[in-house]
Design a protein around this ligand. Sequence first.
Ligand code: BES
Ligand code: MN
Ligand code: ZN
Length: 488
Amino acid sequence: MTQLRKITFAETKLDDLDAMQGTIAVLINAAGTLSPAARRVNRLCKGAVARAVETEAWGKLAEGDVLTLAMPVGLQAEAIVLMKLERKPEVTAARKAGASLAKATGAKAVTVLAEGTARLADVALGLALRGYKFDEHLTDKAEAPGDAVIWVKDPGAEAKAVSDALAVAEGVFFTRDLTSEPANVLTTTEFAKRLEGLKALGVEVEVLEEDRLAELGMRALLAVGQGSESPSKVVVMRWKGGEGAPLALVGKGVVFDTGGISIKPAAGMEEMTMDMGGAGVVSGVMKTLALRGAKANVVGLVGLVENMPDGKATRPGDIVKSMRGVSIEIVNTDAEGRLVLADVLWHCQQTEKPAAIVDLATLTGACIIALGHDNAGVFSNDDGFAGQFLKAAEAEGEGAWRLPLGKGYHNQIKTLKADIKNTGGRPAGASTAAVFLERFIEDGMPWIHLDIAGVAQVSSETVLAPKGATGWGVMALDRLVRDHYEKG
Ligand code: BES
Ligand code: MN
Ligand code: ZN
């Protein structure tokens, strides 16, 4: 799997500068005031740094952007990267600066002269995240990235913040790797196996196999997987780091979605390898929480299935009884994610007795039409809870926008032959999918549904990720846990 760059903090050693290899990065504020370290570099390279910060090019840079001076005289280093960043930057600016540095240096080793600047753990996080590449199946693998060393006054003072930030990076990489893997590699069985790997970090992992799911009455979930050679599974991951009822995270893990008998068009169908993105985020968050030893109880549940056409596959018009007892007319087998989530959500409430639930799913094309690729859709029955999440997402720079639930949408999924049907037609497709899920939430249970169809994987790079899987949501949910589920 993609290697995370090694990032450490060390004391500033200005006397070593002239012999440093690789890249030397220097943090400079917008005003262009040079720190003692920047002044030393400037002296060694005969004033190039001071000249650079007086140019129009430097003036035009936004905070978090960089300017590269290649092959500087007076130094062994191949490049000096000047990073524009205030002494007390916002979290998102600090991460953007780290990401810009990752892009500028590629795989080269880098020494960052950062003394006097705050939020360096976030600079490190940006540097780590933007260095991601999914090269698992390439013959010519990406060069292993050289180490990054961040020079500060007191490396010990940064230790906790940095190890927490790197725990976040590991979680995001886990999500991106899972989301990127093709379905012949990441079968339901392989997915469950990778989740069992979290046991080594202290996560309790329970895998429910098909016979057990049948006993539990999860007919809606099983209907989705019955056309596939891969067995359907539900994996429960429990991180017990705190007290009281857990926060539950529930993810859609459709390892591939052909649409089933209501088959999708060929063009672009290969993108449905990412239809387990919700389960990927749940998995990534669990990994982060375990790695940083979060003092909170969080349980993650994922429904792992594959949606394929076959003689045994579900037909349009089939009626199934969900675990809750609600009967569902499956009018379109391509609206499968909600069938999976219906049973996992219900099972979660029956067995885990959570304090609140967040579910994540690449659920609807309609959400992409509504919000594009910069914002996930946020649906909730609880304004306070939704507000907490939106605030966490904003602080982490992950786009999220509230969309409505409501009676009218419930009316759209009424049908004659069963309690509900699994699509509500074209109008408000993201909201009718959300209210379908709401039928499987108990009265009074605080619940957020995140439709991540547009943000889980993108076709052009973002600030913190190259084109491809983003890991959207891992940072926001980790922040939600920190801010509201961890005491002290
Ligand atoms: N996994 C898809 C939604 C999706 C589309 C995710 C594009 C990511 C990118 C989901 O299972 C699906 O097929 N939804 C249908 C629902 C429709 C049949 C009501 C859709 O959105 O077209
Ligand atoms: Mn589908
Ligand atoms: Zn799907």
